[in-house]
Ligand binder design. Sequence first.
Ligand code: 5GP
Ligand code: ZN
Length: 112
Amino acid sequence: MESEKDCIFCKIVAREIPSQKVYEDESVLAFKDIHPMAKVHVLIVPKRHFKNVEEIAASDSDLLAHIVEVASKIANEKYNGSYRLVFNTGLDAGQTVFHAHAHVLTGEKLAE
Ligand code: 5GP
Ligand code: ZN
């Protein structure tokens, strides 16, 4: 598994830092965001280190499709299937962790 020293999400995937797991399979780990912005706020993180969603799309488009499937599964299990899927990409967009991750926001009617 490709991982980067000092990457917080690589450490969560390696269980060096604890997280509240929501879903896991061979390619992704999903866990609760530590600062939830919605009633249900889950991060879906590829186990392999990519710096952002563009790198996932360029090197493994099946993995990107899989992340969407997992988001849908979480939104159906935790709510009524409605969800917002966000990939902050770059500093000016608010990306703070440079290990690609999808924010799944659901569990309630979201503010527009
Ligand atoms: P970004 O701003 O890069 O799109 O999102 C990073 C997200 O990771 C933020 O929403 C932040 O709350 C979350 N986060 C940062 N560190 C941790 C952590 O150690 N554990 C968990 N569960 N979430 C984290
Ligand atoms: Zn990483």
